[in-house]
Write a protein that binds this ligand. Structure first.
Ligand code: SF4
Ligand code: SF4
Length: 512
C-alpha cells in the first residue's frame, strides 16, 4: 500500500513515463490485482480523491459544493487589498475626469465614439484597436508563461469585486465562514431571513451602481446625470436594460462566483496550455512539507521523519476556489495567495521557516534551480516587443485629420477654356478632432486654381466628408500627359497636410 501511496501522492502532477509497446506489462492476474489495489487505495483514501478528474466545487453527482472561504489575513492579503482599493478608486473616478471638456475614457460602442486617455478614436482607427488587443493578448500569454495566473489573483475585476466588495459585505452581514455555513444549513428563522435579505439587497444595489458606472464609460457621466434628472418614463427601455444587466451582474457575484474563474473565463481555461514547469505559480513545497503530520510541540519533526506541513488545513479553508494546493497546480487556482498567508502564519506559530507555500515554479521546487529563460519566453518577448514598437509607430503617425485626394475615377482632362485645362478631383477628409472644421484646398505646385464644387466643406467632430473640386492649369504648364501637382489642405485656416498627385493632360504627340 505504501508504494501505491507514494506513486499517487498528490502534488506531483506525475504521469508515468511512456511505456514502450514491447515493454508494456501483459494483462496478467498480477497486473489486474495491482489495478484493483490502486482502485481500492483511491476509494479508501479521501485525500487521493479524483481531484484531477473533476473540479473541486462540483460533487461527483453534479451538485454544486458551496465554498465558504475563511477570511484571509496576512502580508500578501494586505498588499492585494491596497492594489484592489487603488484599482476600484480608478474605476469609480475615471468617469468624472475630463480632458478639454471630454471624458478621459469613453467607449461609446452604440455611437461609435471612443476616447482613450483624452484622445478621440474613430472607426477609422480600428486597426490600432485590433493591434492593441493582439499586443494585450500576447502580453497576457507571455505574462502567464512566466508568472502563471497572477493577473487573476491581483488585477482581475472578477476577483477584485468578489473578494474586496461582495465577500466583505458577506462577512459583515453573515459573519465568518463557519457562521455562514451554519446560517445556510439553519431553518428559515428571523435571523436567517433578515441577514440573507439584507445581503442580497446590498449585493443588488452594488451591482446596480456598478452597472451605472459602466454606463458612464459608454455614454459619459454627464449624460448619465442628465438621464437621471429626466422622468424615468422617457427612458423606460434604458432603465429596463440597466436593471436586467444589474441582475446578471448580481447573479455572477451572488451565485456563480468562483465558477466564472473555473468554468467560464477563457483565460482560466487556457492555463493548461500556457503553464510549464518554469512558470512561477503559487506552489506547495512538497519536498519540504511531506510527509505531513500533526503538530506536536514536544517532538522534533525531523527526528520523527515528518515534513513541515502540520496538516492543519488552513490553506484549504482560505481558498476561494475550494482546492487543496498541496495537490499541486490545479486549473481552479487563481493565484490569490490566500493560502500563502495562511500557511506562513502557521509556520510562524510552529517556529518553522515561512514559504512552505510560496510563489515558485515546479522546477524550482523539484530541482532547486532558479527560473530559466527558455525559448518560449524569448519568442513571446520578441513578438510582444515587435508589436509594441509597431503600435507606438502607428500611434505616432496617427493624425487628427486624415485627408485623401484622388482624381475622379474614369475622368480625363477637360478643356476649361482657350488657355486652360482642368481635372476633377475627389477630396476625402476624416475629422478625428472633437471640433467642427471648415476644410479648404490650395494648389502649391504648379501655379493653378482650385475651384470647389458645391458647398464649402465643413466637418463636424468625427465626421467623414467628401467634396469634389476642379484644378485649373494653364495649358503651357501641362507639358506631358502626367504633370505632378501638390495640394495643401487647410483646416480652420491651418495647413494639416500636403498631398502629391498627378494632373492628366493631352499626350503632346497627339496634339501635334
Ligand atoms: S490554492 Fe491558494 S492561491 Fe490558489 S486559489 Fe486557492 S488560496 Fe488562492
Ligand atoms: S497551511 Fe501549511 S501547514 Fe497547514 S495544511 Fe496547509 S500547507 Fe500544511
Amino acid at each position: 500500500m505504501s508504494i501505491i501511496r507514494l506513486y499517487l501522492l498528490p502534488g506531483r502532477a506525475v504521469c508515468p513515463e511512456p511505456v514502450e509497446e514491447e515493454s508494456k506489462p501483459k494483462k496478467t492476474f498480477e497486473t489486474a490485482a495491482c489495478f484493483a489495489l490502486i482502485k481500492f487505495a483511491m476509494d479508501e483514501t479521501e485525500e487521493f480523491d479524483d481531484f484531477r478528474d473533476r473540479i473541486s466545487t462540483i460533487a461527483s453527482d453534479g451538485q454544486r459544493l458551496w465554498v465558504y472561504p475563511k477570511k484571509p489575513k496576512g502580508r500578501l492579503y494586505n498588499y492585494r487589498k491596497i492594489v484592489s482599493l487603488v484599482l476600484l478608486a480608478i474605476f469609480f473616478l475615471i468617469p468624472f475626469i475630463k480632458v478639454q471638456g471630454d471624458p478621459l475614457i469613453l467607449l461609446n460602442i452604440l455611437e461609435r465614439e471612443f476616447i482613450i486617455f483624452g484622445m478621440p478614436f474613430f472607426p477609422q482607427d480600428f486597426y490600432l484597436f485590433v493591434l492593441s488587443m493582439i499586443a494585450f493578448i500576447v502580453f497576457i500569454v507571455l505574462f502567464t508563461v512566466i508568472f502563471g495566473r497572477i493577473f487573476c489573483g491581483w488585477l482581475c475585476p472578477q476577483t477584485i469585486f468578489m473578494e474586496f466588495i461582495y465577500r466583505q459585505i458577506e462577512y459583515a452581514i453573515e459573519g465568518n465562514n463557519s457562521k455562514q455555513r451554519k446560517l445556510d444549513s439553519s431553518p428559515y428563522d428571523f435571523n436567517n431571513i433578515w441577514r440573507k435579505s439584507l445581503k442580497h439587497f446590498v449585493f443588488y444595489l452594488i451591482s446596480l451602481i456598478t452597472v451605472i458606472w459602466f454606463l458612464a464609460y459608454v455614454i459619459g457621466m454627464d449624460r448619465v446625470i442628465e438621464i437621471s434628472k429626466d422622468s424615468p418614463v422617457e427612458h423606460l427601455l434604458g432603465y429596463f436594460g440597466i436593471f436586467v444587466i444589474a441582475a446578471i451582474h448580481y447573479l455572477v457575484f451572488a451565485k456563480l462566483r468562483e465558477q466564472v474563474c473555473i468554468i467560464i473565463c477563457p483565460y482560466g481555461r487556457l492555463q493548461g496550455v500556457l503553464l510549464d514547469r518554469n512558470s512561477i505559480v503559487v506552489s506547495y513545497d512538497y519536498k519540504r512539507g511531506e510527509p505531513r503530520g500533526k503538530f506536536n510541540p514536544l517532538e522534533n519533526r525531523n527526528d520523527v521523519g515528518k515534513g513541515n506541513c502540520i496538516d492543519c488545513g488552513n490553506c484549504v479553508q482560505v481558498c476561494p476556489t475550494g482546492i487543496d494546493i498541496r495537490n499541486g497546480t490545479q486549473l481552479e487556482c487563481i493565484n490569490c495567495t490566500a493560502c500563502i498567508d495562511a500557511c506562513n502564519s502557521i509556520m510562524k506559530r510552529t517556529h518553522q521557516p515561512e514559504g512552505l507555500i510560496r510563489y515558485a515554479s515546479e522546477r524550482t521546487i523539484a530541482d532547486n534551480t532558479p527560473l530559466k529563460f527558455n525559448v518560449r519566453i524569448l519568442f513571446y518577448s520578441t513578438v510582444l516587443t515587435g508589436l509594441l514598437l509597431l503600435i507606438g509607430y502607428l500611434f505616432s503617425q496617427r493624425t487628427a485629420i486624415e485627408t485623401t485626394v484622388l482624381r475622379m475615377s474614369g475622368s480625363m482632362y477637360q478643356d476649361y477654356d482657350e488657355t486652360h485645362f482642368s481635372n476633377i478631383y475627389v477630396l476625402q477628409v476624416i475629422n478625428k478632432t472633437r471640433e467642427s472644421l471648415p476644410v479648404e484646398v490650395e494648389v502649391i505646385k504648379p501655379n493653378g486654381e482650385v475651384k470647389m464644387m458645391g458647398d464649402p466643406l465643413v466637418l463636424g467632430k468625427g465626421e467623414v466628408g467628401i467634396a469634389n473640386f476642379l484644378l485649373v492649369l494653364d495649358k503651357d504648364d501641362v507639358k506631358t500627359s502626367q504633370t505632378n501637382v501638390t495640394f495643401r489642405i487647410l483646416a480652420n485656416g491651418k495647413e494639416v497636410d500636403q498631398i502629391k498627385t498627378s494632373f492628366v493632360g493631352p499626350n503632346r504627340l497627339d496634339t501635334k
